[in-house]
Design a protein around this ligand. Structure first.
Ligand code: SF4
Ligand code: SF4
Length: 376
């Protein structure tokens, strides 16, 4: 079966600028058709780490907000807290970073709600019966919303090869403990030199795997630990190091299962828009963004997250390399994100399809192409 993906390129002219094109993509793809009167609509995006400027610009997000309101919905912009220590690890830092990056109400027209609460403790266990997880920890505000629209920036990622809608939904809607579970199966260990014996991890552990040892330092009983990641996420002094060790297939499949945890309860109430612009080699979590590896390519919309990611990946792989980017003067690269990050990007798409989230086969329906040529 083929899914439909709507596409327009980044060329513009009067009354067909990127705001107009966003509106048209959303309309043609049926994205706002998922919204009903009084629906609380989670617009899931990445506000960008401080120092990164490659994220989807706030004025484009405002178009999504406006269209949700026109349907009678109540939109809010949302993302979940990070696992790593940066400028988005708790709701206060996260909102301040979002505001610094331009996501204030005056620009976007909607409130910001950090989906998993002040410290990342607000999540719902959603059954997915996947290959890796029986249940996944989905941030409450996303799970409890009536509908979700993922606004995703397509760019590189050092573990996934690339990030699009599935990564935005999966890793992006998992609580910090869920993010640890996606990143590694390895059992955590306490660094006694850093542990301040505060006891937070003991109260968070769901299976009583942590005990106090000499000088009240925490100690994890590996035989009891189920690797849920709660202690890693909640230690206030990072005395339980984040485990990043994983292989590319496992983390991508796990992330697809988290994305399924978002979409499964809202199969008819979720939709997706991908921006293939500022295609930096690294994720928007990086506090920088290097030069794009390909030119700005376009805006895609769909109600199928698997198809929209496959279409975005295909567009990047068909595009010419930017000469001054990290890909330099390499030409004819079949898989650009693998060339940048040495990762196979296909596992998340394949597993997304296996789970029933959508189809890799798609029909690309294009409109308003080559607009800038009309100037000549
Ligand atoms: S939460 Fe961290 S600092 Fe507190 S007892 Fe556990 S390991 Fe030690
Ligand atoms: S990972 Fe989970 S189960 Fe293991 S010690 Fe930490 S909180 Fe307990």
């Amino acid at each position: 079966m083929n899914s439909t993906v709507i596409f327009s390129d980044m060329t513009t002219q009067a009354e067909k600028n990127l705001l107009d094109k966003t509106r048209e993509v959303l309309k043609k793809a049926g994205v706002t058709g998922i919204v009903e009167e009084n629906d609380l609509v989670a617009i899931k995006l990445h506000f960008g780490e401080e120092g990164n400027l490659a994220f989807v610009p706030p004025p484009l997000v405002r178009v999504v907000v406006e269209m949700v309101k026109e349907e009678g919905g109540k939109p809010f912009l949302t993302d979940a807290n990070t696992l790593y220590v940066g400028k988005r690890r708790n709701a206060v830092d996260h909102i301040e970073t979002a505001l610094k990056n331009g996501f204030g109400y005056e620009t976007v027209g909607a409130p910001l709600i950090i989906a998993d609460g002040l410290k990342g403790a607000d999540y719902v266990n959603v059954p997915v019966n996947g290959k890796h997880f029986e249940t996944v920890k989905i941030s409450s505000a996303v799970h409890n919303a009536d509908a979700v629209i993922a606004v995703s920036h397509v760019k590189g990622h050092d573990l996934f090869g690339f990030g699009g809608a599935l990564k935005n939904l999966g890793m992006g809607c998992g609580s910090p403990a869920g993010k640890q579970a996606m990143h590694s199966d390895l059992k955590p260990e306490v660094d006694p030199d850093k542990c301040t014996a505060c006891g937070t991890c003991l109260s968070r552990c769901p299976v009583g795997a942590i005990e106090r040892v000499e000088k009240n330092k925490a100690f994890i009983e590996a035989d009891l630990c189920i690797g849920c990641g709660e202690c890693v996420a909640f230690c206030p002094v990072q005395a339980i190091p984040i485990n990043w060790e994983t292989d590319e297939a496992t983390i991508q499949e796990k992330t697809a299962e988290y994305a399924w945890g978002v979409v499964k309860p809202k199969k008819e109430k979720s939709a997706f828009i991908n921006y293939v612009m500022n295609v930096a080699p690294d994720c928007d979590c990086a506090p920088w963004n290097d030069l794009a590896i390909v030119p700005d390519l376009g805006i895609l919309g769909s109600t199928d997250p698997v198809a929209i990611d496959q279409a975005s990946l295909d567009l990047v792989n068909r595009a010419p390399v930017m000469a001054n980017s990290v890909l330099g003067d390499k030409k004819d690269i079949a898989d650009k994100f693998r060339a940048v990050n040495n990762r196979n990007s296909s596992y998340i798409i394949e597993h997304g399809q296996d789970l029933g989230m959508g189809h890799k086969q798609y029909t690309l329906k294009s409109f308003w192409l080559n607009q800038s040529k009309k100037h000549s």
